[in-house]
Design a protein around this ligand. Structure first.
Ligand code: ZN
Length: 410
């Protein structure tokens, strides 16, 4: 039986001394030169023979390439150099794939030092070793020919170190570690099930196996920051002269506000999804339909949102990506903690039209905020009813493709 692999990437910021930074830059330069030399070799070979070199071909000629490179490059980690050749090979594979698909992709390009992302390492211990500090908070990276480099950051969960990348971005150095966290263990008290749907009034409406309602509202700061971005948008569009200093300043302010709001929102989502994933062993929702989200954000026919046109842009930008982003974060965290993630087929199930008690389908318009069943009389808020349908489907239906299991049973 093969060992369970559950790989996760985590990033630490590296703090090299000036001397170490110079050594890192030298390694980066050697990889950039190798990449460009290998690209040249491919172009050259094709021009002369009409043949495309493979990754294996280039690994063979790596020895020759190493001899041609300066001495400090020859000292570099060989398997790491192969990874750089692999990166070029991937660039070519992507190029040919897109050509085949009838697109017109750009040919793989020579890379300047500034555009060269970094270098990869595999086999922990082969020229590099990361030693995490307590609880995987901070640590240090030992890199041959560079030394011991301080690293700051935190892995949410420790594991076996499988591979790493040393990345250079905006003048800073980062370490991206690939950890195998193994098969996660689930605590008994996390053994609940949740079904949820997106709301118009609330961000998320959910219901648990124990019939408890879980509603998540947008955080309090969300509305005021959204209004601020809208005001800044107005300020930009009121400055007609596109080259004026005042307009440039307003654009800058808007960009800063947007970035800040997006960061805060992402942070909030990480925290909220982590809490839900820790609480529930099964999470069910319907397949996300972007069209539906856009419509609900714009208000309803009877009650259109204020400044619909102006808000539409912002909604597309921040609001509408929220459910998709939230869903993918939650999905990742549920699976990481060993939980089950179930997506109901919206078209077939029609969660917003179906009665969670008697399963009858009853047409509703978007403005019907309450589910009131004509068959059995069951009445509750629309989003809760829809969440309940999804949950019931996930736990009871046979076409979910999952093994039936009892959730929340004492
Ligand atoms: Zn009913």
């Amino acid at each position: 039986m093969s060992e369970a692999r559950n790989l996760r990437k985590t990033t630490y910021r590296l703090y090299p001394t000036p001397k170490q930074a110079a050594a890192l830059a030298a390694i980066l330069r050697s990889h950039q030169q190798l990449y460009n030399a290998a690209l040249e070799e491919r172009i050259d070979c094709y021009r002369k023979t009409g043949r495309t070199l493979s990754f294996a071909d280039q690994c063979k000629s790596l020895t020759a390439l190493r001899a041609e490179l300066p001495e400090w490059a020859q000292a570099a980690n060989c398997s790491s150099q192969q990874m750089t050749l692999r990166r070029l090979d991937k660039a070519f594979a992507a190029f040919f794939r897109r050509v085949k698909a009838g697109q017109t992709p750009g040919f793989p390009r020579f890379k300047s030092l500034g555009r060269f992302p970094g270098m990869s390492f595999k086999s922990h211990g082969d020229g590099w070793r990361f030693t995490p500090a307590e609880n995987w908070r901070h640590g240090s990276l030992r890199l041959s020919s560079v030394g011991q480099i301080a690293a700051r950051g935190k892995a949410r969960q420790g594991g076996d170190i499988r591979a790493s990348e040393v990345l250079h971005r905006d003048g800073q150095w980062y370490l991206s570690l690939t950890l195998d966290i193994g098969q996660p263990q689930r605590e008994r008290e996390q053994d609940g099930a949740l079904g949820f749907d997106w709301g118009v009034e609330t961000f998320l409406s959910g219901v648990t196996h124990a019939d408890a309602v879980v509603c998540i509202d947008n955080p309090r700061w969300w509305h005021s920051e959204k209004e601020r971005v809208i005001a800044l948008q107005k300020a930009v569009s009121s400055k007609r002269n596109k080259r004026s200093n005042r307009r440039r300043k307003a654009v800058r302010k808007l960009a800063d506000a947007r970035a800040k709001t997006a960061r805060r929102r992402l942070d909030w989502m990480h925290k909220t999804t982590a809490k839900l994933a820790a609480q529930f062993a099964l999470v069910a929702t319907e397949e996300l339909q972007i069209a539906r989200m856009t419509r609900s954000a714009a208000g309803t026919m009877e009650d259109p949102g204020k400044n619909v046109a102006q808000k539409a842009g912002l909604n597309r930008e921040i609001l509408d990506t929220a459910p998709a982003l939230f869903t993918s974060l939650l999905r990742c965290k549920v699976l990481e903690t060993g939980g089950e993630w179930v997506e109901a087929p919206t078209r077939k199930l029609k969660p917003s039209q179906r009665c969670p008690k008697c399963w009858a389908v009853q047409k509703k318009t978007l403005s019907d905020r309450t589910h009131s069943c004509a068959q059995c009389g069951h009445t509750e808020p629309r989003d809760i009813a829809s969440a309940r349908v999804v949950l019931r489907w996930a736990l009871e239906a046979e076409d979910t493709g999952r093994e039936p299991r009892l959730y929340g049973a004492a």
